[in-house]
Design a binder for this molecule. Structure first.
Ligand SMILES: Cc1cc2nc3c(=O)[nH]c(=O)nc-3n(C[C@H](O)[C@H](O)[C@H](O)COP(=O)(O)OP(=O)(O)OC[C@H]3O[C@@H](n4cnc5c(N)ncnc54)[C@H](O)[C@@H]3O)c2cc1C
Ligand code: FES
Length: 287
């Protein structure tokens, strides 16, 4: 069992757990993920390693409530434990001195991008980060990202904080500006990553995205995370999750993510009915 040592509710529907997992912490690198299972009847879900402490033997995960398992996870408290916590899985993000790198994070993507931005900065890059959320109330880790960036631009879709608009607008301005951008890293919802890649393509700036197809085993055996990159079939869990955004078949990824939508809705409804009415309001994700 993997004990939750700390729980923080970052913003409504997004939570941070610091979990005791010394063997995972020993090897974790930016861009990698774990596959967790809450208990022996639970489904397996992948979550990115948002931070780690090799000395304390802890891994930090940040997750958004979107369905049954993430809503169930959100009900756990510090002191409780997760049955399985497998990792680190996937290939680490490629880090080297590229020059100037723009890190673009949307929504819960702020968590996985933070260790990548930190590693890029440590490797000697100039790091410009763009952090976007739908509104101020959903924005988190602004200070975290600022501390590992030379410049931070914050956007909110509704204009409730900092610049009004979506992340691709400042990204385009940076690409059009005088400074040479050597690489872009974009992590967030699929549509956001797709449009970041679309924005950078005419400028020929390599754009790394972290794909999030449905995964089961996370070790290349089930084929569930199949995606197409550059016309070639890839398994995101072992060949990625990082890929060249200009090569990704985004429509296929979006379609495959929705394959089990009916089952997911049914599962969420059944779970909501199984819990006591007074805690039901917790699960607003699928309404
Ligand atoms: C490599 C990787 C890293 C990820 N890291 C994070 C993270 O750090 N924080 C975070 O909040 N989310 C992350 N996700 C997404 C997270 O795994 C899904 O939100 C979660 O599995 C949803 O499960 P659910 O039962 O709550 O929702 P469901 O109702 O089952 O699904 C809701 C939606 O989530 C997606 N999904 C469902 N099952 C899976 C699955 N097994 N694998 C991937 N996606 C699934 C589908 O698009 C689905 O429509 C990551 C996904 C991948 C592939
Ligand atoms: S999750 Fe099974 S092959 Fe990738």
């Amino acid at each position: 069992m993997y004990k939750i040592l700390l729980r923080q509710d970052l913003v409504p529907g997004i939570h941070l757990f610091k979990v005791a997992a010394p063997r995972v912490a020993k090897k974790a690198q930016p861009g990698q993920f774990v596959v967790i299972r809450i208990d022996e009847k639970g489904e397996r879900i992948p979550l990115t390693v948002a931070d780690w402490d090799r000395g304390d033997g802890t891994i930090t995960i940040v997750f958004m409530e979107v369905g049954t398992t993430t809503a169930r996870l959100a009900r756990l408290k510090a002191g409780e434990a997760i049955a399985d916590f497998v990792g680190p899985l996937g290939l680490p993000t490629h880090i080297e001195k590229f020059g100037t790198v723009v890190c673009v994070a949307g929504g819960v993507g702020a968590a996985p991008i933070a260790p990548i931005a930190r590693a890029l900065k440590q490797a000697g890059n100039k790091v410009i980060s763009i952090l976007g959320a739908r509104s101020k109330s959903l924005l988190f880790w602004e200070d975290n990202l600022r501390s590992v960036s030379d410049q931070l631009i914050v956007t909110t879709d509704d204009g409730s904080y900092c610049r009004k608009g979506v992340v691709t607008e400042p990204l385009k301005e940076l690409l059009e500006g005088g400074e040479k951008i050597d690489q872009v890293v974009a992590i967030g919802p699929v549509v956001m990553m797709k449009f970041c890649a679309k924005t950078t393509k005419p400028f020929g700036v390599k754009t790394i995205v972290s794909l999030n197809p449905i995964m089961v085993d996370g070790t290349g055996m089930c084929g569930c995370c199949r995606c197409e990159v550059g016309g070639v079939t890839k398994f995101a869990c072992v060949d990625g999750p990082d890929f060249d955004g200009h090569q990704v078949d985004w429509d296929l990824l979006l379609a495959r993510q929705r394959i089990y939508l009916d089952e997911e809705k049914r599962s969420f409804g059944q779970w909501q009915n199984s819990i006591r009415p007074e805690v039901r309001e917790h699960g607003k994700a699928k309404s």
